[in-house]
Design a binder for this molecule. Sequence first.
Ligand SMILES: CC(C)(COP(=O)(O)OP(=O)(O)OC[C@H]1O[C@@H](n2cnc3c(N)ncnc32)[C@H](O)[C@@H]1OP(=O)(O)O)[C@@H](O)C(=O)NCCC(=O)NCCS
Length: 270
Amino acid sequence: MTEELTIDGETEQRDIWSAMRAEASAAAAGEPVLASYFHSTILRHKSLDSALAYQLASVLDHTALTATALQEVIAEAMRADPNISRCMRADISAWYERDPACDQYLTPFLYFKGFHALQSHRVAHWLWSQGRRTLALYFQSRVSEQFAVDIHPAARFGCGIMIDHATGLVVGETSVVEDDVSFLHSVTLGGSGSGTGHRHPKIGRGVMVGAGAKVLGPVSIGTGVKIAAGSLVLSDVPPHATVAGVPARIVGKSAAAPAYTMDQTLDSEE
Ligand SMILES: CC(C)(COP(=O)(O)OP(=O)(O)OC[C@H]1O[C@@H](n2cnc3c(N)ncnc32)[C@H](O)[C@@H]1OP(=O)(O)O)[C@@H](O)C(=O)NCCC(=O)NCCS
């Protein structure tokens, strides 16, 4: 595809990037048929930011906006907003530390569409914040087509987010997701009613949102809450509660940060 881009101002976290390069070298040696893939995605890049621009451009490539042009836009966003790069690194660590199916840093970066959708959203959000709404909406549309993940470009996400499986995630325009949140698939952070303005949830730090949960309206989900699979949350939830059901009710207390432990059971002291 395109040549490598070096992103200015990158603060490299050598440990993750070095680990990813070592993983890619080992993977290329172990599966020679994929050697050129690991070379083009990881080994020929001088930085993780450059590799991310290439990777996102590859997965979003389309005749309407080719990988070469996409790579330039993504690199521009990362140069302008260092938070994209900082949060991307925290996201990789989040997957590595929380997802039992992820035993390499390389895994979410290359293979997990939740990671690709989230990083694409970070770029789309920057475009939206710059008034480049048409291109931001194009990113949202491509991500939705490719990954079945639909996040409005205006939605705000913190760092250290993990979206396991990701299929069916829908996040509305005025949603806010704080740092260190974990989502499973088919979650909706949706609006309620027919108004405009603030109408979507705020998800506090360290929350774990179970598969299929629907959180509707301008509700506030406290720090460290655990939301059970299939729940319908229509009202505020206090910190460190576990909620379940349709509509959801408090069924217990949650661990300090269920998003970290990904303990998908009622806590033992409950
Ligand atoms: C069903 C719905 C239209 C009712 O909205 P509402 O008029 O504001 O009603 P309320 O939130 O006051 O709820 C009324 C009652 O129905 C219950 N309820 C609300 N939505 C429910 C649902 N989807 N399933 C089961 N019960 C529901 C509430 O718990 C409440 O019960 P209660 O009277 O015993 O306390 C709304 O909750 C809903 O589901 N809208 C769809 C929104 C959506 O899909 N948004 C996603 C956008 S991406």
